[in-house]
Design a protein around this ligand. Structure first.
Ligand code: VAH
Length: 309
């Protein structure tokens, strides 16, 4: 059985149905903080900062695999660093300890380009210096190191991918610095205008949600003998500036008034690299992106216009 924590979030809300479709013989238990969100069962409320709640779901459903997505993202983490530490570090430690005690087969934990920082040269690879300047980035460096430690010390198979910003249309991201790349589509379709919270020349690596989900599932299923790394694979698919995105959206929907009013998230965006070297993921477990920017713009606008009808 697979347990997904953070199953109501931007990634979790799409990963859960994808896992259920992909592995129709395997039970996939969704979990998050909400006691009764009205999503398709099985669903169990789990606060990952309470280890006993994880243990009881693992026991009740005989879980052998965890996709651990419960976390505070970069901007939210800067607003509440203590909570980010509790959820992102103590919550992960709880999941790893349960994995060790119950002998789970696989634990998948997303990392992030946020592990890099201002001292990082552009187009970094897995072994490039990590100098995060956000609590979120610090928790993700620790997550990578802790996952690798549990693999070495306890033979617990923990794997992770350094995700770039994710563009998606099912569940809006909450508290990420890359949220502008999602919000721009929603606001463009609904209002024909959007005020970005970053400068127009801000360029960050991005990936479309379905590519990110396929990457997480592909890494989870890869032969351990093929992997040079455990928790720190880079993947990237797109790299565009806010103004390039606005131009593509305007081409697709006609009138689109984009304005740029950077706020405190600009310094976070500026601390991250604008491109990633993802050669290792391509070589070790066959990562490749299906979606280029044209396809992303098409699919996002189509789905949001359909939703707006
Ligand atoms: C964030 N979307 O903005 C997340 C992600 C690299 C960005 O970690 O915090």
């Amino acid at each position: 059985t697979i347990l997904v924590t953070g199953a109501l979030g931007q990634i979790g809300s799409e990963l859960t149905p994808t896992l259920r479709n992909r592995y129709d013989k395997v039970e996939v238990v969704a979990s998050d903080l909400d006691p009764d969100p009205g999503v398709s069962p099985p669903y169990e409320p789990v606060d990952v900062t309470d280890r006993s709640q994880i243990e009881s779901v693992v026991e009740e459903y005989d879980v052998d695999t965890v996709f651990h997505l419960a976390a505070l993202l970069s901007a939210a983490g800067e607003q509440n660093p203590g909570r980010a530490f509790e959820v992102n570090v103590e919550g992960l430690h709880n999941v790893l300890e349960v994995g060790r005690e119950y002998g789970l087969n696989r634990i998948v934990v997303p990392s992030s380009i946020a592990v890099y920082g201002p001292a990082t040269p552009d187009n970094p690879s897995e072994r490039t210096i990590r100098t995060p300047t956000t609590m979120y980035g610090i928790t993700k460096v620790l997550a990578e190191n802790l996952g690798t430690y549990y693999h070495q010390q306890y033979d617990l198979d923990v794997r992770g991918i350094r995700l770039p910003g994710i563009v998606s249309h099912e569940t809006r991201p909450d508290g990420g610095t890359t949220d502008y790349a999602v919000d721009a589509f929603y606001e463009a379709v609904d209002e024909g205008e959007y005020t970005y919270f970053v400068r127009e020349d801000t360029r960050l690596p991005m990936v479309y949600m379905s590519d990110a989900i396929d990457a997480l599932i592909d890494l989870a299923g890869a032969d351990e003998s093929d992997l040079r790394f455990q928790c720190e694979y880079n993947i990237s698919a797109l790299s565009f500036t806010a103004s390039e995105l606005s131009d593509r959206i305007e081409e697709r929907i006609g009138r689109f008034d984009a304005r740029y009013e950077p706020d405190e998230r600009q310094s976070i965006a500026d601390s991250w690299p604008s491109t990633l070297d993802d050669t290792a993921a391509r070589t070790d477990w066959g990562w490749s992106a299906e979606y280029d920017l044209d396809r992303v713009v098409d699919e996002m606008v189509q789905n949001l216009q359909r939703g707006a009808e």
